[in-house]
Design a binder for this molecule. Structure first.
Ligand code: ADP
Ligand code: ZN
Length: 291
């Protein structure tokens, strides 16, 4: 089967052709500008490829309820050119094949569960820490949508007394994880590119603290069997041992499981060489074909 994959990000769109085994035959990257400019390029890429189905994992917020008139729309995004845009409809109008549609982070968790380290698990969370923070959740064969889809980056956290940063989130100021711990927040707080702060332990100690607070809440609410951390900020590998240690400290022995006894295999980096998102799209496409 020949499947199309489209990982739609706020800065770039990754388009690929592959199959149901997760094999990627070819891949291109197209800049995300306006729908008027970008969509025709996406269509032109897929048009003559004879794909059986297409899987799209998109930045959001997106409407995922098939019963809604706005199913497949990008809704209230901060990327204004894309607000209230019928993404899935625009692709369907040009490419007549079955299409799967979900959030970017749900695509990533699906990639990891189908083809990566989370194979065989029933409840898995994928958190991206990049320009924003978002989470995809896989539960018993399905991706969690709920009333919209999780917005786990905007979980409320306790600010450290010594941290006087005002917070980047326009909705929650210095109260939410994304506003305090996404890449732009790190850079605004410390006045340097995150990558240039690699040798400043205080930066990563604070970052790990906020992330561990959030992970503690995810453990309590979802009880995931594995938490995968991806995104640009997680390239700071020094964060992993700090987050694991703080997570165990915050849980404080209240939840005791085999997984938590082995934190190195519980809080883990993405396993598919940054292809988890696009591979997840292949599985979205396969699922769309199955109907
Ligand atoms: P996006 O979220 O836009 O898809 P990324 O996941 O690459 O893209 O996230 C970009 C953010 O990650 C930026 O704020 C950047 O500062 C941060 N970032 C990228 N690479 C690194 C790195 N090596 N170390 C720390 N932060 C990084
Ligand atoms: Zn927020």
């Amino acid at each position: 089967m020949k499947l199309g994959a489209l990982e739609a990000g706020g800065t770039k769109m990754v388009c690929a052709i592959g199959d149901e085994t997760g094999k990627i035959y070819e891949q291109v990257s197209i800049a995300t500008t306006t729908p008027e400019e970008t969509i025709p390029k996406l269509i032109a890429y897929f048009q003559d490829k004879q794909i059986d189905a297409l899987g799209i994992a998109s930045f959001g917020p997106v409407e995922l309820d098939p019963a809604s008139e706005k199913y497949g729309y990008i809704t209230t995004t901060s990327k204004l050119a894309w607000t209230n845009f019928d993404f899935l409809g625009s692709m369907k109008a040009a490419l007549k094949c079955p299409m799967g549609f979900d959030t970017d982070v749900n695509g990533s968790v699906l990639g990891e569960v189908t083809f990566g380290q989370a194979k065989g698990k029933h409840c898995v969370m994928y958190l991206t820490v990049g320009t924003g923070i978002g989470a995809g959740v896989y539960i018993d064969g399905k991706l969690l949508h709920g009333m919209l889809h999780p917005e786990a980056g905007h979980i409320l956290i306790t600010k450290r007394d010594t941290d006087h940063y005002e917070g980047k989130c326009p909705y929650h100021k210095d109260h939410c994880l994304e506003g305090m711990a996404a890449g732009p927040a790190i850079e605004a707080r410390w006045g340097k590119k995150a990558v240039e702060l690699a040798d400043c332990p205080e930066v990563w100690d604070l970052e790990a603290d906020y992330l561990a607070q959030a992970l503690t809440n995810y453990v309590m609410v979802l009880s995931p069997e594995m938490i995968i951390l991806g995104g640009g900020v997680m390239h700071q590998e020094q964060l992993f041992p700090l987050i694991r240690k703080k997570l165990i400290t915050y849980i404080n022995g209240y939840v005791i499981t085999e997984e938590l006894e082995d934190p190195e295999h519980y809080v883990v980096p993405a396993s598919l060489h940054d292809d988890q998102g696009i591979m997840g799209c292949l599985e979205l496409a396969r699922r769309a074909l199955e109907g």
